[in-house]
Design a protein around this ligand. Structure first.
Ligand code: SAH
Length: 367
């Protein structure tokens, strides 16, 4: 079976043989985060020669606009002395680097902020350190959000972070939900199956065969960030691909070299993500005591933050202005091939605070 071709697939098969089938979230956590073989732990997957490309790698404008949005948010907070700018899942550090450069437009903000990264991958931590060193800056790293400073307001960015966090799935069968598990087929390869015992505590029904997907880790992180932001002050902008309204369906996908591949094939060698349920994220942040502002499409957020204006300025000095037009079309375009509608942005703030720039009005594209 080719599902056993990677060392991680063999290790998973051994765990299943010893302990029984894996829940999908355990499978995904191992596939992405296994200390030795996990996908993010061993490589830098981004860019044309990698497996996928993300918004900050498409154009510097993305990080610049978010950096300015944070600077204005900080001013709206009354320009507090000392503030943490934290990024979750920062990849190569490109977004932070571009954001910090743009933040220099508001020198008092640039001087008082301290950059923090929440990252689990040693390979990517090195890339982030190298990237900030180019700018003459240092940063602080955290394995999870718990050790972020507690004595100052938090301004948090996350791009394509929540889609990488593990999900669980439950399938409706008869009058019950059964958890989807990863077990072994007769040949010893990894295969999907259903738990025999029904799952307790899912308080709604659905048509036969429907799949309910949820990311307990994402909701836990969002609730705890909501608590922190409510207590310490601050805001968060998180951007990802996903849906504005909760629904049923399997959104798990695996990608290798810019192509979709089966999810159980070659664990550790392929990127695995799931769509983000923004409605649930908003509820989790509110449970923590923060305010969740109406969701925006990435297209509307970037337009409102001035992507076209910024692109015109960059084009004046660019060797290849058409390249900038292409990047803008990819980031903020609304056709199927572009990211503008599939990607959404959520903003969380401390109660009583004005929404970050761009989030003042709901998005007509989502009504
Ligand atoms: N934000 C970057 C990278 C997105 S890829 C960009 O837009 O280019 C996902 C990132 O999240 C990677 O940096 C990965 O190592 C990190 N990551 C994945 N799971 C994580 C976890 N549980 N805790 C912290 N970081 C995680």
């Amino acid at each position: 079976m080719n599902a056993r071709t990677t060392p991680l697939a063999q290790e998973m098969a051994a765990i299943i043989a010893a302990e029984g089938p894996l829940s999908l979230d355990r499978f995904m956590a191992l596939a992405l985060g296994h200390p030795r073989y996990g996908y993010y732990m061993t490589r830098d997957p981004f860019g044309a020669g990698g497996d996928f490309i993300t918004a900050p790698e498409i154009s510097q404008i993305f990080g610049e606009l978010l950096g300015l949005a944070l600077a204005i948010t900080w001013q709206n907070m009354g320009a507090p002395e000392g503030v943490v700018v934290a990024e979750l899942g920062p990849g190569r550090g490109t977004l932070m680097s571009d954001a910090l450069r743009a933040a220099r437009a508001i020198p008092a903000f640039a001087e008082t902020l301290e950059p923090h990264f929440v990252e689990t991958s040693p390979v990517l931590m090195r890339a982030q350190a190298a990237r900030l060193a180019q700018d003459g800056r240092d940063a602080n790293w955290h394995a999870n959000i718990d050790s972020l400073p507690e004595d100052r307001p938090l301004l948090i960015l996350a791009n394509e972070f929540f889609d990488a966090l593990p999900v669980r799935q439950f399938q409706r069968a008869g009058d019950h939900w059964h958890e989807r598990l990863v077990g072994l087929d007769p040949a010893g390869g990894l295969a999907f199956g259903l738990a025999q015992e029904p799952a307790a505590n899912i308080p709604f029904a659905a048509p036969e065969g429907a799949i309910f997907e949820t990311s307990p880790l994402s909701l836990d992180i969002m609730r705890r960030l909501g608590e922190r932001i409510a207590r310490q002050g601050g805001a968060m902008i998180a951007i990802d691909y996903g849906h504005a309204k909760s629904g049923f369906g399997d959104t798990l996908q695996a990608v290798k070299a810019h192509r979709f591949v089966p999810v159980l094939t070659d664990p550790g060698e392929v990127d695995i993500t799931a769509h983000v349920d923004f409605a649930m994220l908003a509820i989790a942040a509110q449970r923590g005591g923060a305010l969740a502002h109406p969701l925006l499409t990435q297209a509307s957020l970037l337009e409102r933050l001035g992507i076209h204006h910024r692109a015109e300025i960059l084009k004046r000095k660019a060797e290849n202005p058409a390249e900038i037009d292409r990047a803008v079309a990819r980031l903020a375009g609304t056709d199927d091939a572009a990211m503008g509608l599939l990607f959404k942005a959520i903003a969380i703030t401390a109660p009583g605070m004005a929404p970050p720039p761009g989030f003042e009005q709901p998005d007509p594209r989502l009504s």
